[in-house]
Each structure stands twice: as C-alpha cells, then as structure tokens.
Design a protein around this ligand. Structure first.
Ligand SMILES: Cc1ncc(COP(=O)(O)O)c(C=O)c1O
Ligand SMILES: N[C@@H](CCOP(=O)(O)O)C(=O)O
Length: 465
C-alpha cells in the first residue's frame, strides 16, 4: 500500500515513511491510495475478540509488507497494556439504544492515548531499524500534547516539542505536559490559540531546510498512523452491538476531525455505520459547513470543552479529497489558503450528508447535559462527552439503531466545568496524583514560526547528530 498526498505534489510513500514524515512535503495529508477492506466474514470472526486482536486486524492492513505481524502485535500489546481497564475501551449503556464508549482509561485519561501509545512504539521501532533520530513538533489544545508527552518521554531517539495555547488548556492538561521531567520533552506555551499552534507546526513541516536539519516528524492526527489506530474502537463498539449484522451510529465530539475521520475510514473499510454525528461546541465550523456547504474559519472562542476549541479542522481535508473524487488539484486550489474559506460543491455536500449529520452545543447547553446525565444515570461525564451526548440525543436515526457517543476524556481533566454541571467534583484518578504535585517546566513563546523554530534548533539533539 502506498500513501499519497491530498494535494498531489508529493512522492507516494510506504507506511513506515509516511509515519515518520507526518505532513506531506506539499502541505497535504497522506492517505492510503486505496482503503483496505474488512469483509463481513472477517468482521464476524473479530466479534468478541480482545481489543488488541482487532487493533492488529486494522493496523496490519495499513502496514502490510512493512512491519511483521510479530512487530505489530508486540507494539499493540505493550501500548494497550498501559490501559487501566481490561476491555481497554468499555461500552456503557445509558438508555435504550444509547451507549457511551469510554476512551479515557489510558495513561493521560483521554482518547488520544489509544493511538499515541501505539504510534510511539511504532516510531521508536522504525527509527531504531533505520538507526535514525527524529524531532517531533506537535500542536495541542490539551490532550494530544499530554498523550504524546507520556508516550514519548524518555525515548532516546526522539525529541518532542509540544506547542499549547497559553492559558487555554485546563490545569490538569497543562500539568500533564509540563511536569514531565524527561529531558527529551519540551513544552512551549504559545501566545495564541490552537489554530496558531497548528499553523506554526504546518509551516515548519513545509520548510524543507528546517525539516531536514531537525529530522522533523509529527504526531498530530495529520499523521495517518494516528487515524489508523483510532479505527479500532469503532470496530470494537460496533461488533459488540451486533455488527456486521446491524448498523450502528456514532456521535463524535469533534475539533480537528481526526477522531471522526477514523469512523469514516472504518465505514469505507466495510464496517456498517448508520451515521456519523459531528458534535461541536461553539467553535462550530463543521456544523455550519454541513448545514451550508461553506467552510469558513473564524476566530477561536474559548469554551468549557477546550480541546475542541479549533476552527481549522485539519483532517477535513482528507474527507474533501474523497468527496471530490480524489481530485488533488481541486483540494489544493481550495484548501491551500483557507483565509477566504471554500465551498463544497452540491454533489460533495449531498454525498457528505449521506453519512454525516451534525449538532452543536454551547457552554450552557453542555453544562445542562452534564447535570441531566448525572441525574438520569449517576454517571459523571466530561464536557467534551456532553457535547457529543447532546448531538446524539438530537440526531435522527432509524428506530432501533444503537447510538454510541464517544466519551473522549475523563471528567477529572475538567473538574470545575463538570462540577458546575452536576454539583459533584469528579474523583481524581490515582494516575493524576504525581501530575498534580510535581514542579512544572515550560517556555513562553510568541505565536511566531521563527521564534518556535529557533527554540527547536537550539534544543533538538537531532541537529547536532
Ligand atoms: C477530549 C477531546 N474530545 C474531542 C476532541 C476532538 O477530536 P478531534 O480533534 O480528533 O476531532 C479532542 C481533541 O482532539 C479531545 O481532546
Ligand atoms: N484536540 C486536540 C487537538 C489536536 O488534535 P490532533 O488529534 O490532530 O492531534 C488536542 O487535544 O490536542
């Protein structure tokens, strides 16, 4: 399998090269040249299997011929062994045909751990096979950075630079990044919002001289391996609820469109998905796009679900690539400069609406949902999950279809907003004890590409090597 750029201007790469490269050199995103399939018999044979078996079935299709079964299995087993629940991503019923998929049992209590723990091991393996080093520069609105810090800490071939928006992540999220003492982890507090952080990372990726000097790599969901690893939990939930004989709908709290894109790819691979519900907070660019066909980024507005405070949803480009009939020239023309926004064509919009629907929740609505869910079920959910639950409740799905809301973070990551919703402060998991008491370390930096580049050049061990 080869990975091609959504903008058509990069050499196709194999899985390992695409994983190390991150963003394509032409500014596009790598996608497989064709989606692999999981036929109904294969899906049936996976039903009831452990999460790790499903993860292997998915990843082996994307890494075929590049990593052996034993290598993949070893990395998946080690990654999922960091999870505190035997089911890894347990499914909890909250009402008739209403379910929550708990994705927060990993080391940093957010869904990012599922893919990041696996990706870190794969990258380490590929780098050591090649005798190479890498410098990872990543942008975060709170959770990707925390997950990356945990997964990459202490890895000697990798330096990790995390750009987070100063003052716009929760205290727990910030501490999860800034209390990591390992000297290969560098946290940069950027004077801007998440979109500024992501813009800087993308600018560094396409600066070929910088890129080569530091051997740059990325672990945002622009990295295809992140998306691929996230497909597993869609399989896990759907197969548990009766797929391949029954269709399942998913409501996905959405920001950068990486999580829901994994659901879309699962569907393309053969998983019977009834509907993918895009759930946004007041940063509702994707909800507006689905309703109007016009994608127009605005300014980020801070919310109580800060990980979704995003206006430029990176992975949407991968969906537009498919909607356009994989027309790279059209994607490049419309997405290379987003300052004026762009339009989906009428056929693209119609096609998107066959699988996707959307809903939005402002902070007050999110607060209300947290209170209602607690009153109805006794469950304390976090703000991002609550955004997903509101959209799930309002979605129109055929009678009898199970609706699974992805619970993307543990409530203890956002204790104040959760307490405001249900009147109870979430219990602090054991895993946060050290994070909440260790000293913090972070460097303030302007939202400026050169300022960040200078810090990376000064500190990355790949430069000297
Ligand atoms: C807790 C949480 N929920 C939802 C999202 C949105 O996911 P995505 O950016 O993949 O759309 C994020 C950030 O990625 C997150 O950290
Ligand atoms: N919500 C994310 C933003 C980055 O998303 P990614 O999935 O592209 O890494 C975060 O928490 O950092």
């Amino acid at each position: 399998m080869q990975y091609i750029s959504t903008r058509g201007g990069a050499e196709p790469l194999g899985f390992c090269d695409a994983t190390l490269t991150g963003l394509a050199p032409d500014g596009g995103l790598f996608v497989p040249d064709a989606y692999p399939t999981l036929d109904p018999a294969t899906l049936q044979s996976l039903a009831g299997q452990p999460f790790e078996t499903m993860a292997h079935a998915v990843l082996s299709r994307f890494a075929a011929g590049e990593l052996t079964d034993d290598e993949l299995k070893a990395d998946i087993d080690a990654a999922m062994g960091t999870f505190a629940h035997p089911a890894r991503t347990p499914l909890v019923q909250i009402g008739p045909n209403q379910f929550i998929l708990e994705l927060f049992h990993g080391p940093t209590l957010a869904f990012k751990d599922v893919a990041m723990q696996t990706l870190a091991r794969l990258m380490d393996r590929i780098l050591s096979q090649r005798g190479r080093r890498a410098t990872i520069v990543t942008a975060t609105s709170g959770d990707t950075g925390a997950a990356a810090a945990d997964a990459f800490r202490g890895r000697s071939a990798i330096d990790l630079f995390i750009l987070y928006p100063d003052g716009r992540v929760s205290d727990v999220q910030r501490r999860q990044m800034t209390t990591i003492a390992d000297d290969n982890v560098h946290t940069l507090a950027v004077a801007g919002d998440f979109d500024d952080c992501q813009r800087i990372v993308k600018a560094l990726f396409v600066d070929r001289e910088f890129n080569e000097r530091v051997a740059m790599s990325g672990v945002n969901s622009i990295n295809w391996a992140r998306v691929a690893a996230q497909i597993t939990y869609y399989l896990f939930a759907a197969l548990t609820l009766g797929a391949p004989h029954r269709k399942v709908a998913f409501s996905v709290p959405t920001g950068n469109f990486g999580d829901i894109l994994a659901g879309y790819v699962a569907h393309k691979m053969g998983l019977p998905v009834e509907q993918l519900i895009i759930a946004t907070n007041q940063n509702d660019i994707l909800d507006r796009t689905l309703k109007t066909g016009r994608y127009m980024p605005g300014r980020v507005s801070p919310s109580t679900s800060p990980s979704m405070d995003i206006q430029v949803s990176s992975n949407f480009e991968r969906l537009v690539f498919d909607l356009s009939g994989r027309n790279a020239a059209s994607v490049k023309e419309r997405l290379a400069d987003l300052s004026g926004g762009f339009e989906l064509t009428a056929p693209e919009l119609a096609e998107m609406r066959t699988l996707f629907s959307s809903g939005r929740s402002d902070d007050e609505e999110t607060r209300k949902v947290i209170g209602e869910i607690y009153a109805e079920t006794g469950l304390i959910v976090d703000t991002h999950t609550a955004v997903g639950l509101k959209a799930a409740r309002e979605a129109k799905v055929p009678d009898g279809t199970p609706v699974v809301t992805l619970s993307t973070a543990h409530p203890a990551k956002f204790p104040d907003a959760v307490e405001a919703g249900c009147g109870r402060r979430p219990e602090q998991p054991e895993r946060l004890a050290e994070v909440m008491s260790s000293p913090e370390r972070s460097t303030r930096v302007a939202a400026d590409v050169k300022a960040v580049a200078d810090i990376v050049l000064e500190r990355s061990r790949a430069v000297a090597a």
